[in-house]
Design a binder for this molecule. Structure first.
Ligand code: NAD
Ligand code: USQ
Length: 397
């Protein structure tokens, strides 16, 4: 297939591009490199030394003979170019990773909120309307988030996207209907993913666009089978207080002898998935495309749930790191349970990589190797969810 990977220079997009190219697909990476600019804005860098996207593509071609085509394009602000690109290239499938994905970054200031909404909502809507206008019949696979549901399962497993409800009509009869699971986003970033869901529902129903939305949990790990093949294919690894995600952060903190930064009591339960499984799930979703006229297909792309303090304790036991319980910069439930259905990918044959399988060591190894690149002053999470909370943030554990 000819596959467009939008956001293919990012943490999930790059290994996915390599994986699909390795399988013989013709892969086109579309990215505006905004993530690299945000590193510059924040004054941080990936733990791992990343080459330019052009250089990464050159190395892959030298190694495998497979070309990766790179296109510099902003989905949110260059609508005409996007439409023209789709009309010319006519991809068979489009994988959409191209959004601002950090909740803390989205809550930093009013400007960051505005940027995140403009970027994410416009990127998704521009893509959908351009697909309709050009008449291409590509399968769109979008990376969404488990965060659209909120994280409370009220004692029942969160289903894959839809909820059956019963309402009483004016005649007093009970009528069943299926609705999108009610959204309860916890940040402006997560809110944009909730808005994306409505855009998808409309374009699937109105124009028959074939869409799969992957509600993904927190991705951990850094290597995949392909990124390990050459040091210049290495993936990005975010450790800073805005973009670093919790488990990867704990592992790098342990490697640099920094107390593990648990927010509040660490009672937040979240869904997780290893990067190698992310890549595999995208492949499985591509093979299971919906038909025109079908409702949006939604998968919960996660393999296990964990409580933040349990993760900290596990990393502490493994490495000897101390744990610091800090005032929480976020507005979120101090404690929550989370039960999630993920039968969709299991039925398609996913055999998940779990934390128990020893791959945590691999991340610690990478962290130790590049520890000299870490700026310790960028480790604390300083983005506060409200002005009240801002006054209570602690930056020195
Ligand atoms: P990332 O920031 O590393 O990558 C996103 C890429 O998209 C970047 O290369 C960026 O330059 C590009 N991009 C952003 N806006 C764009 C635009 N307007 N036009 C063109 N390119 C643009 O993020 P990631 O961690 O790879 O996440 C990818 C997707 O997966 C995101 O949509 C995110 O919401 C979702 N997701 C990520 C995680 C995670 O833990 N990393 C978990 C669940 C879901
Ligand atoms: N946390 C800590 N200490 C830290 C960092 C985080 O205790 O040093 C806590 C947070 O307060 C939160 C939890 O860990 O309760 C998860 O935080 P995170 O930064 O790892 O994850 P999140 O902000 O939810 O975002 C990440 C990705 C996002 C994706 C989401 C999936 O950045 O793109 O959508 O995970 S999910 O969490 O399932 O919604």
């Amino acid at each position: 297939m000819k596959i467009a990977v939008l956001g293919g220079d990012g943490f999930c997009g790059w290994p996915t591009s390599l994986h699909l190219s390795d399988q013989g697909h013709e892969v086109h990476i579309v990215d505006n490199l905004s993530r690299r600019w945000i590193d510059t804005e924040l004054g941080v860098q990936s733990l791992t030394p990343m080459d330019s996207i052009q250089e990464r593509c050159r190395i892959w071609k030298d190694l495998t003979g497979q070309a990766l085509h790179f296109h510099l394009l902003d989905l949110a602000t260059e609508y005409e170019r996007l439409r023209q690109w789709l009309a010319e290239e006519k991809p068979d499938a489009i994988i959409h990773f191209a959004e601002q994905r950090a909740a803390p970054y989205s809550m930093k200031t009013d400007r960051h909120k505005v940027y995140t909404v403009n970027n994410n909502v416009n990127a998704t809507h521009n893509l959908l309307t351009a697909m309709v206008e050009t008449g291409i019949d590509a399968h769109l696979v979008h990376l969404g988030t488990m965060g659209v549901y909120g994280y409370s399962s009220v004692g029942a497993a969160i289903p894959e996207g839809y909820l059956d409800v019963e309402i009483e009509n004016l005649q007093g009869e009970k009528k069943g209907m299926e609705i999108l699971y009610p959204t309860k986003p916890g940040s402006v970033y997560h809110m944009t993913k909730s808005l994306d869901q409505i855009l998808f529902q409309f374009y699937a129903q109105n124009d028959g666009v074939r869409i799969t939305d992957l509600h993904q949990g927190i991705v951990w790990g850094t290597h995949t089978e392909q990124t390990k093949r050459h040091e210049q294919l290495i993936n990005r690894f975010d450790y800073d207080g805005d973009y670093g995600t919790v488990l990867n952060r704990f592992l790098i903190q342990a490697a640099i002898d920094y107390p593990l930064t648990v927010h509040g009591t660490g009672g937040q339960t979240r869904a997780f998935i290893h990067l190698q499984d992310t890549v595999r799930c995208v492949e499985l979703a591509l093979k299971d495309a919906p038909k025109a006229g079908d409702r949006v297909k939604i998968f919960n792309q996660m393999t296990e749930t964990h409580r933040v303090r349990d993760l900290a304790e596990m990393v502490s036991k493994m490495t000897g790191a101390k744990i610091a319980y800090l005032p929480n910069p976020r507005k979120e439930a101090a404690e929550n349970d989370l039960i999630v259905k993920n039968d969709g990918f299991r039925d398609l044959g996913l055999s998940p990589i779990t934390l128990a399988e020893g791959l945590l060591d691999e991340v610690v190894e990478v962290s130790k190797k590049y520890a000299h690149r870490v700026d310790r002053s960028r480790v604390p999470c300083v983005s506060a969810w409200t002005k009240d909370i801002a006054g209570r943030i602690e930056t020195d554990p």
